[in-house]
Design a protein around this ligand. Structure first.
Ligand SMILES: Nc1nc2c(ncn2[C@@H]2O[C@H](COP(=O)(O)OP(=O)(O)O)[C@@H](O)[C@H]2O)c(=O)[nH]1
Ligand SMILES: [Mg+2]
Length: 219
């Protein structure tokens, strides 16, 4: 749930990267960390076990100031994808304002993707979040690998949710995914809290707040 603190002039939103184990969620955050100017982001906290899998979650804070003098803080989280970490995923999803679902494009990962998507839906609902309405995008990652689901098949199957191909390891699709999610997030916040009216913050200014700090846009 977005936190709006009028006296501190602070707006805090929460964005969660969700998906099956090893789909590339942590890699997406690492790439964002690398691409965003340190002036607009904090340290990335990555909690990895020795086998390189996320133990609890990763965290990356992004921030910018609006012309009207509000500090906007965007907190990015990833969930651990392993089936056994179900309760952690539910906790991380609590209060989420938007979700990026990172799928593994390999055909062999189809069942894991589907399981994770249903798991996300159930965890959002049990946190009292409206699954149909929360801003969401899907990244089909690992396009560099053989035997991936073709993009036209993906686009035909996903009509209501924006999808993006990605090779997160090389930074491809990372910014596109994040930008569209922020755009949808802005629209949902503006509809609920009149961001333009109350904070003088337009959609363009909201996106610019983050993307003017991106080193190499349009990769
Ligand atoms: N081939 C390939 N590997 C990737 C890609 N993105 C991430 N990986 C690798 O997949 C593994 C799991 O990535 P990670 O981000 O830790 O997945 P997470 O479990 O979803 O956080 C790591 O070895 C990454 O380097 C990609 O686009 N292509
Ligand atoms: Mg991870």
């Amino acid at each position: 749930m977005v936190q709006i603190n009028m006296s501190a002039r602070e707006i805090t939103v929460k964005v969660v990267y969700y998906g099956p184990a090893l789909s590339g969620k942590t890699t997406n955050l690492q790439q964002l960390h690398a691409l965003i100017d340190p002036a607009a982001r904090g340290k990335m906290v990555a909690l990895d076990t020795t086998d390189d899998r996320t133990l609890y979650f990763d965290f990356l804070p992004i921030h910018f100031d609006t012309a009207s003098g509000f500090a906007v803080k965007i907190k990015l989280f990833t969930v651990p994808g392993q089936v056994m970490h179900k309760s952690t995923r539910k906790v991380v999803l609590a209060g989420a304002d938007a979700v990026a679902f990172v799928a593994d494009s390999q055909r062999s990962a189809a069942a894991a993707n589907a399981y994770s998507w249903r798991d996300m839906e159930a965890n959002l609902r049990s946190n009292g979040i409206d699954f149909a309405r929360i801003p969401k995008v899907v990244q089909f990652n690992k396009r560099d690998l053989p035997d991936v689901k073709p993009l036209d098949e993906i686009r035909a199957a996903w009509k209501d949710v924006p999808t993006f191909p990605g090779v997160a390891m090389r930074g491809e699709g990372v910014l596109e995914t994040f930008r569209e999610l922020l755009r949808l997030l802005y629209r949902s916040l503006d509809a609920k809290h009149s961001f333009a009216l109350k904070f003088g913050l337009s959609e363009d200014k909201f996106l610019e707040g983050v993307f003017k700090h991106v080193a190499r846009e349009g990769r």
